[in-house]
Write a protein that binds this ligand. Structure first.
Ligand code: MV4
Length: 450
């Protein structure tokens, strides 16, 4: 096992990783920017090293600085968390070259799955269902229109390097195709310096269902069930839960086996997520693979009883998975609400500032993952997520009741948050009924979508 791990991240996930390491008897090194001297991860790690100024480009994204810090502090492995360098194939490759273990899949897998049209092609060849559409990428509006006509409208135009909805457009017919294709491609060139596009049939009001998978160095892969992350706002997840109300035991088995097949097709190692779109008729389609630990991993931990960060560290150190698919028993129902420093009535504008008072809920089945504390100053340089409130109940009804109770108890003062918005969602009859597709917020909270 590793003796010392460097955590190349900040905020609640850095704290989460430090705690897992400490429980495993592994020493921790935090890296921090000049804006994060007083951040909880900096204070909580065994050792901490400043890696540069506040802007992430000069600190948390600065590969040379992070690698130098790892060597200087004599850490054997880097946990990248999520965001920042977590899906940067070049960084994973540099780690490999420096003889530092990158806690995640290999650089070549990150590269292959980060290219969405290549991932799609890989899955087609592996016999994994994908959204009907083209197998090869397209580069010009003319060839794309021909393909769109053979797929049938409406179509989704997507950038191969896209993410977070960037470089993505719907085309409802040949009349609007040219403009949408050019817009999407321009956005992709601007954002990712890549003009590679691909087309899929547009699925109306799908659910976003993702399967957690875990693989070791010996070809063993298991899935840990699904998370329903359909409640999103501008491609940012707001509420996540497991299991999904839309998935029967039989469908879970089928989708889970498909997720494992997808992971095995690329020789996947470490924790990963297979994202599917689920349509109204319960057809499911591979959409993307995420090659990192995700923000919403705690909902899977709550229903599976596993610690995903510890599992990541164990498999990265070369240990085989200590269980097989039959050993995994998913129990009860978990929900996560993301609490952000933002103002829902001002278009969810981020609201950095000083936390003047925080009171966190607790009790049976309540988990709080956060890095905030009284008098903590939230820097304006990073994302606005302050806390993840996670609950676990025997069934969905109990989990909802626990989340309402926990949200009601939570106090965060000094900055605006989306706490009241989360409470409104959890109290909505459509949420209670499980009527939660990807248009949930637009449909039931149009006043927040202006
Ligand atoms: C789709 C789709 C419908 N049909 N693809 C959004 C972000 C990117 N990861 C993929 N996305 C979508 N792809 C086809 N062929 C609808 C979405 C989509 C969406 C997906 C998951 C969660 C929320 C969403 C919100 C709007 C659109």
């Amino acid at each position: 096992m590793f003796e010392k791990i460097l955590i190349a991240n900040r905020g609640e996930i850095a704290v989460r990783i430090i705690r897992a390491c400490r429980e495993m008897g592994i020493k921790t090194v935090a890296v921090y920017s000049e804006a994060d001297r007083e951040s909880l991860h900096t204070l909580l790690a065994d050792e901490a090293i400043c890696i540069g100024p506040a802007p992430s480009g000069k600190s948390y994204l600065n590969m040379e600085q992070i690698l130098s810090a790892t060597v200087a502090m004599k850490a054997e492995a880097i946990h990248p968390g999520f965001g920042f360098l977590s899906e940067n194939a070049k960084f994973a490759e540099l780690c490999e070259k420096c003889n530092i273990t990158f806690i995640g899949p290999s650089a070549s897998i990150i590269n292959r799955m980060g290219n969405k049209s290549e991932a799609r092609k890989t899955m087609i060849e592996a016999g994994v269902p994908v959204v009907p559409g083209g197998k090869e990428p397209v580069y010009s509006a003319e060839e794309a229109l021909k393909l769109a006509q053979s797929i049938g409208f409406p179509v989704m135009i997507k950038a191969s390097s896209g993410g977070g909805g960037k470089g993505m457009r719907i085309s409802r017919g040949p009349e609007d195709f040219d403009m949408n294709f050019r817009d999407a491609q321009m956005e992709s060139v601007k954002g990712f310096s890549d003009d590679t596009m691909y087309l899929e049939r547009y699925i109306e009001k799908p659910r976003h269902i993702e399967f957690q998978i875990l693989g070791d160095k010996y070809g063993n892969v298991v899935h840990l069930g699904e998370r329903d992350c359909s409640i999103q706002r501008r491609h940012q997840k707001v509420v996540e839960e497991s299991p999904s109300v839309a998935i029967s035991h039989e469908l879970r088995k089928k989708m889970g086996e498909t997720a494992v097949k997808a992971a095995k097709a690329v020789g996947y190692e470490n924790a990963g997520t297979i994202e599917f779109l689920l349509d109204k008729d319960k057809n499911f389609y591979f959409m993307e693979m995420n090659t990192r630990i995700q923000v919403e991993h705690p909902v899977t931990e709550m229903v599976s009883g596993l610690d995903l960060i510890k599992e990541q560290i164990r498999v990265a150190a070369g240990e085989p998975l200590g269980f097989c698919q039959e050993d995994i028993h998913l129990q009860g129902h978990a929900i996560e609400c993301r609490i952000n420093a933002e103002n829902p009535v001002k278009n969810f504008m981020p609201c950095p500032g000083v936390i003047t008072n925080v009171h966190t809920p607790g009790g049976n089945g309540i988990r709080v993952d956060t890095h905030i504390y009284n008098d903590y100053r939230i820097p304006a340089n990073y994302d606005s997520m302050l806390m993840k409130l996670i609950v676990h109940g025997k069934d969905r009804e109990e989990a909802i009741a626990k989340m309402r109770s926990a949200l009601g108890e939570l106090i965060i003062e000094g900055v605006e948050t989306n706490l009241d918005f989360q409470f409104e969602i959890l109290c909505h009859s459509a949420y209670e009924a499980g009527d939660t597709d990807t248009h949930f917020i637009q449909t039931y909270f149009p006043e927040y979508c202006k």
